[in-house]
Design a protein around this ligand. Structure first.
Ligand SMILES: Cc1cc2nc3c(=O)[nH]c(=O)nc-3n(C[C@H](O)[C@H](O)[C@H](O)COP(=O)(O)OP(=O)(O)OC[C@H]3O[C@@H](n4cnc5c(N)ncnc54)[C@H](O)[C@@H]3O)c2cc1C
Length: 355
C-alpha cells in the first residue's frame, strides 16, 4: 500500500455548481462545526458553468440576503419579456397578461453569467469555512454498508502505449490497478468510474468487499481470488491471438474448456491445545441466478508447515466443464472446528463468468 495524504471531512459535496455550493453554504449556516469540502472536476470553479442565465433570485435572497450588494458580476434586471409563438411563416407575440400567468414571466429576475455566479458562491462557501477544490474529479467513491460515501479519490492520467500495446488495448482493454487505503474493517461497496477524456464516454464498475477485523483475534477470511490455472485460461500476451477479454483475476471470464484456481487467506485459526495445529474445513458453493447449483464436498484445510500460525492459505482447483456459459457466484465457507461456535465460521464470495 502506498502512503498518501488523507483529509477527513464530515461531508464531501461532488460538483461546485449552484446546487453543490448553495448546499455547502446552507449546511455551514445550519451546522457551523461541520467539516465540508466541495470537489469540482473543472480546473477552476465556474469553468463548466457556461450558460448565461436568467436568475429567479428568491432562493439566493434567502441564502445570502446581501448578495445584491456583494456580487459584483453581471446582474442586469430583466426589464421586458418578449415571448413569441412560432408559426410556419412567422411569429406572434404573446400578450403581457398571458406571459404574467406563465413561468416565462421574468419581471424581478436578473440576467447573470452562471460562471460568475458560481465563483461568487465558491468565495462565500470558502469564507464560511468550506474547502473548495477545483481540479478534482470524484472518481472512486467507497460506500459503507449503509450506502454512505466514506472516501473517494479522483485523478487524471494519460496512457502512453507503443503501437502494438495500443492495438491490444483497443481490442481487449487493459487492467488498471490502484491502491486504496481502507481505514476501518467492515463491509463496503467499491465503485470506480472512468471517463475517456477524448470522447467523454463513461464506464463504471463496482464490487462489494468485506475487510476483516484482524485485531479481534477471531476467524476471518481475506478476499477470494480466482485465476485461470491451465493453458485454456491463461492470459495471452499476443494481441493477434484472441479478441476476447483476458481471463485475469480482475476480469474473471474463463473458458469452459479450462480450469480455475481459487484461494483465500484464513486468519486467526484456533490452534489445538496439544498439537498446535488448527482443524479447519472449507466448503465451496456455486450460485447461478441467486440459486445454489453446485457444491464441492467439504474438505480439511491442510495446515502445512507455515511459519505464521495465524495465517493459513486455502486454495483449490476446479474444472469448468460442468458449467454452461453464464454468470456465477462462488462462495467459500471456512469452519474452524476448534473455535467457539459463535466465531467458528467465515465466508467470502466472488463472481465470475464462463464463456
Ligand atoms: C444552456 C442552458 C441554459 C440554461 N439557462 C438557465 C436559465 O436561464 N435560468 C436558470 O435558472 N437555469 C438555467 N439553466 C439550468 C441551470 O444551469 C441548472 O439548473 C443548474 O446549473 C444546475 O445546477 P447544479 O449545481 O445542480 O449542476 P451543474 O450546474 O451542472 O453543476 C455540477 C458541477 O459538478 C461538476 N461535476 C460533475 N461531476 C463531477 C465529478 N465526478 N467530480 C467533481 N465534479 C463534478 C461539474 O463540473 C459541474 O461544475 C440552463 C442550463 C443550460 C444547459
Amino acid at each position: 500500500m502506498t502512503e498518501r495524504e488523507v483529509m477527513q471531512y464530515d461531508v464531501v459535496i461532488v460538483g461546485a455548481g449552484p446546487a453543490g455550493l448553495a448546499g455547502a453554504i446552507r449546511l455551514k449556516q445550519l451546522k457551523p462545526d461541520t467539516n465540508i469540502c466541495v470537489l469540482e472536476k473543472a480546473s477552476s470553479v465556474g469553468a463548466h458553468s457556461l450558460s448565461g442565465a436568467v436568475l429567479e433570485p428568491a432562493a439566493l435572497e434567502k441564502l445570502l440576503p446581501n448578495w445584491r450588494g456583494e456580487y459584483t458580476g453581471m446582474k442586469v434586471p430583466a426589464a421586458e419579456d418578449d415571448v413569441r409563438l412560432m408559426t410556419k411563416t412567422g411569429s406572434f407575440k404573446l400578450p403581457g397578461w398571458a406571459i404574467r400567468l406563465s413561468p416565462m414571466h421574468n419581471h424581478g429576475n436578473f440576467i447573470v453569467s452562471l460562471g460568475d455566479l458560481v465563483s461568487y458562491l465558491a468565495g462565500k462557501a470558502e469564507a464560511a469555512g468550506c474547502d473548495v477544490f477545483p481540479g478534482f474529479a470524484a472518481a472512486a467513491p467507497l460506500f459503507d454498508e449503509n450506502g454512505a460515501v466514506v472516501e473517494q479519490q479522483g485523478r487524471e492520467f494519460e496512457l502512453r502505449l507503443n503501437e502494438a500495446r495500443y492495438r491490444t488495448a483497443l481490442k481487449r482493454g487493459f487492467n488498471y490497478t490502484n491502491d486504496f487505503v481502507v481505514k476501518k474493517p467492515g463491509a463496503y461497496q467499491f465503485r470506480a468510474v472512468i471517463r475517456d477524456a477524448e470522447t467523454g464516454r463513461l464506464g463504471s464498475t463496482g464490487q462489494f468487499i468485506r475487510v476483516p477485523d484482524l485485531g479481534k483475534n477471531r476467524l476471518a477470511l481475506s478476499g477470494l481470488i480466482l485465476a485461470g490455472s491451465d493453458a485454456a485460461n491463461q492470459p495471452t500476451n499476443n494481441a493477434e491471438e484472441s479478441d476476447d477479454v483476458q481471463p485475469t483475476p480482475y476480469v474473471r471470464r474463463f473458458s469452459r474448456n479450462g480450469e480455475i484456481e481459487y484461494g483465500a487467506v484464513v486468519y486467526n485459526p484456533t490452534p489445538d491445545a496439544k498439537t498446535g495445529k488448527p482443524q479447519m474445513t472449507v466448503q465451496m458453493e456455486f450460485y447461478r441466478d441467486g440459486k445454489a447449483i453446485h457444491q464441492l464436498e467439504a474438505r480439511q484445510i491442510d495446515p502445512g508447515s507455515g511459519v505464521n500460525p495465524k495465517r493459513l492459505e486455502c486454495r483449490g482447483r476446479l474444472k469448468l466443464t460442468d458449467f454452461p456459459p453464464g454468470d456465477y457466484v462462488l462462495r467459500m465457507v471456512v469452519t474452524d472446528q476448534l473455535a467457539k461456535q459463535r466465531y467458528s465460521r467465515a465466508e467470502q464470495w466472488m463472481d465470475f463468468s464462463v464463456r
